[in-house]
Design a protein around this ligand. Structure first.
Ligand code: MSP
Length: 538
């Protein structure tokens, strides 16, 4: 799955997480968006030769899950087991997500450690017992501040609504346990200042700074009106607040309290990928919890925008009815992985449309990239019997292609590997695809092929070598985004016997010109991006 035998040993892993998803329902396009992004990021870093650890999982406690299970007439555990095995894990496999672990918050390896963590905070005096009354949104599993609520209209006239779910909040009054979050406001602000890249993008950072500057209230960390959760160790009438339980997955899955060596080699996360709706939990509460325990803080919290439906965040209640599988069966898994990262700038909101996806698929994947691969393979076969010729007559045009590649590698590595700007990275690679198409159009190898002279043959060989070597680089650079088609291309170039497995190819060596040796056996492989069928009507 993940390891490629290419890692630098002895260093801390580059550790990336997705949110752990609520299993009240099956995954939708929005969940897949964050998970695919994490997969592309981690595959990219593996191809940088880094040791990588990619974690995803499911958030299974709390009132939201309990109510869904009740409504379906099964126990919460049965409900979670069913959804995890029938919906969540199969989707991640289908989308070729190469996660190194999958944590479920109902697992003992998690719940035991959560209890220990909270017990420690209690022993240290970080937690006290108190009362609280306030508006609560079960959709968010969060107490809301009165100022952020919306006034209901129509069916909800006279009620106060959650700004995310647009549904009435419930007024909860409870005696429960509180974490002294208010005491961490200044330490958090100091930390944000000392680590300006901690919250990304800039808009997300500003939102959090403004929020924390207003001062923090203590956080209710237990609930006593229902019991679907991890019991508070010193008072089993309470369960631990689902968000405290959930955030700790990032530590428990990494071996916290169980395997110190693995924990040291993994924790803290370098990148927590989150939707912008759950930014405060990750950028405020989570670091405060870690500070309270004296644990190291994460490298970055990166908030992605929302996939929208009719201008609203895509969610269970407003789904288009389009499942990830509906799109993959039409466009293929690789095109699906590519599309959302290509079409939407990562921190921004974006909408899905069949028309846009179809248009980009046809022009960028099928015409620009897929056709290039098949034309080059066909010509190497037609003119050189499938044996890649050597480039003996390179000139300015070939130099320009090499320079284009070097630029694409540098831009994509910075954008995808460092800035999580997947769109710019993918565009840089596709600029190179366009450049190579332009090179072939200008060089007209089909005309050069008519020239039987020695110079003519040498030019033809050089053009086709240059194109094939460019394709070698494209397969490497696009492998994190589209592993399946990249492998097909790798096979068609006959690269593996000479260069080894595709996943072991290093990004930083991709621009070294001439890696694919003359003599490689080029075959006309499968069509990378077949022509689209009619759009399904259902
Ligand atoms: N269980 C919590 C997270 C706990 S993490 C310690 C939760 N789960 S969730 O299933 O409701 O959503 C989690 C994440 O799914 C979002 O933050 C986001 O990353 C992703 N998305 C859900 N809907 C989305 C869109 N419409 N668009 C983009 N991402 C979306 O919150």
């Amino acid at each position: 799955m993940a390891a490629n035998g290419n890692e630098k040993q002895g260093t801390k892993a580059f550790y990336v997480t997705t949110p752990i998803y609520y299993v009240n329902d099956a995954p939708h396009l929005g969940h897949a968006y964050t998970t695919v992004a994490g997969d592309v990021l981690t595959r990219w870093h593996r191809q940088r030769g880094e040791k990588v650890w990619y974690l995803t999982g499911t958030d299974e406690h709390g009132q939201k899950i309990m109510r869904t299970a009740d409504a379906n007439g099964v126990s919460p555990q049965e409900w979670c087991d069913k959804l995890v095995t029938e919906a969540w894990k199969p989707l991640w496999e289908h989308l070729e997500i190469a996660n190194d672990d999958f944590i479920r918050t109902t697992e003992k390896r998690h719940t035991d450690r959560v209890q220990e963590f909270v017990q420690d905070l209690w022993d240290k005096g970080e937690i006290y017992k108190g009362g609280y009354e306030g508006p609560y949104c079960v959709g968010c599993e969060e107490y809301k501040l009165p100022g952020e609520l919306l006034d209901g209209e129509g069916d909800f006239a006279g009620e106060k609504l959650c700004p995310v779910h647009k549904k009435p909040v419930e007024i909860l009054k409870e005696e429960n346990y509180f974490f002294k979050l208010s005491e961490y406001a200044q330490r958090l602000l100091d930390f944000y200042e000392a680590n300006p890249g901690f919250i990304q993008p800039e808009s997300a950072r500003n939102e959090v700074l403004n929020f924390v500057r207003q001062g923090l209230t203590d956080l209710s960390i237990s609930r006593s009106t229902f019991d679907w959760g991890v019991k508070v160790p010193w008072d089993d009438k309470h369960v631990i607040y689902v968000w405290v339980d959930a955030l700790l997955n990032y530590a428990t899955a990494a071996g916290y309290g169980a395997d110190q060596a693995r924990f040291d080699a993994t924790f803290p996360a370098d990148v927590h990928l989150v939707g912008k709706d759950i930014l405060r939990f990750h950028a405020v509460i989570w670091p405060a919890m870690l500070m309270a325990q004296g644990l190291p803080l994460p490298g970055r919290v990166v908030a992605n925008g929302w996939l929208l439906v009719g201008g609203e965040k895509m969610s269970k209640s407003n789904l288009t009815g389009i499942k990830p599988q509906d799109l993959t069966s039409h466009f293929g898994v690789d095109a699906y992985r590519w599309y959302f990262l290509r079409a939407i700038s990562f921190g921004q909101d974006g909408s899905f449309s069949w028309e846009d996806f179809s248009a980009r698929y046809t022009s960028e994947l099928a015409n620009d990239y897929g056709n290039l691969a098949s034309r080059v393979a066909a010509m190497v076969n037609k003119y050189f019997g499938g044996e890649l010729p050597a480039a003996t007559a390179s000139g300015e045009a070939e130099k320009a292609v090499q320079e284009g590649l070097a630029k694409a590698v540098a831009t994509a590595d910075r954008a995808i590997g460092e800035e999580l700007d997947f769109q710019s990275g993918i565009l840089a690679i596709f600029d190179f695809v366009k450049q190579v198409n332009g090179y072939i159009t200008e060089q007209e190898p089909w005309k050069v092929a008519k020239d039987d002279s020695e110079e003519g043959r040498a030019r033809l060989a050089t053009i086709l070598y240059t194109a094939a070597e460019s394709l070698r680089a494209m397969a490497v650079l696009l492998n994190p985004v589209m592993p399946d088609t990249s492998q097909k291309l790798w096979d068609s170039l006959g690269a593996e016997p000479h260069l080894g497995p595709l996943a072991a190819q290093r990004i930083d060596e991709t621009a070294d010109w001439g890696r694919l040796p003359a003599g490689a056996t080029v075959t006309k492989g499968a069509v990378l991006f077949p022509r689209l069928e009619e759009k399904p009507t259902a």
